[in-house]
Design a protein around this ligand. Structure first.
Ligand code: SF4
Length: 236
């Protein structure tokens, strides 16, 4: 049965880091989820919750679940090409342990890391609207607030970068997005927070050479250094 949705995006209330499984705040995305549910009833087809450990020092923010990736498996970046590159890199740099098998119950464990998306529901053509990005941001703000040890945020793409800054109440003009950029941020739960930028590790970006695995690893080399930097040392 086709479900009717209001056309208006309504802001969420409260300070929750996770949306309800049937979140209807974004009517277009709720409708898209419902249509995917009708076609693929065995898929997750719901907002994708955070994958994290509470003592995370690194938070990775993607754009949104991929239709056949996280929207299918229910875990961020799991089940599509972006996840292959991300989880392989996380394991190599000590932010995850185990074997990534592209499904949510593969037993992979994060080590001091958290993974989320700026938008929790799969958008048509992988393109959320500005209103949908804004509507889902309170869940990102609340997620950041639940991570008291956070030292670094890795934004995968400009939308994740902008949403992270807005979630922290910062102006975009002071922190322009650029692959490989590092922005020392005021505020944040640990009061010592750096925002790292990378192009998104999507299949499109890697196939077109916009992002090579080497470029991605270079960002993680700096991330690892920053996270392991003794806190009494001045920033170099
Ligand atoms: S994108 Fe976020 S705010 Fe919008 S319906 Fe999904 S969970 Fe709710």
């Amino acid at each position: 049965m086709k479900q009717a949705f209001d056309a208006k995006v309504v802001a969420p209330t409260g300070n929750k880091s996770e949306p309800e499984a049937d979140c209807l705040i974004c009517p277009r995305l709720a409708s898209f989820r419902a249509s995917s549910q009708a076609k693929e009833p065995d898929w997750h087809n719901a907002p994708v919750l955070n994958f994290l450990v509470p003592n995370a020092r690194l938070l990775i923010i993607g754009l949104a679940p991929g239709l056949r990736g996280a929207n299918r498996t229910g875990r961020p970046f799991t089940g599509d090409f972006a996840g292959d590159l991300l989880y392989e890199t996380l394991i190599d740099f000590g932010f995850a342990k185990g074997v990534y098998r592209a499904h949510a119950d593969d037993g992979l464990r994060l080590i001091g890391a958290a993974i989320t998306n700026a938008v929790r529901c799969v958008p048509p053509q992988n393109k959320p609207t500005p209103q949908e990005i804004n509507a889902c941001r309170p869940f990102l703000s609340a997620t950041i607030a639940t991570l008291p040890d956070l030292r670094a945020i890795l934004a995968l793409g400009r939308i994740a970068h902008d949403s992270a800054l807005r979630a922290l109440g910062l102006k975009l003009s002071g922190f322009p997005f650029a692959h490989g950029a590092e922005h020392i941020l005021p505020g944040g739960p640990s009061k010592d927070l750096t925002l790292f930028d990378s192009y998104h590790c999507s299949r499109y970006n890697t196939n077109t050479g916009v992002l090579t695995p080497g470029m991605f690893r270079d960002v993680f080399t700096r991330l690892r250094e920053e996270i392991d930097r003794p806190r009494k040392c001045a920033r170099g």
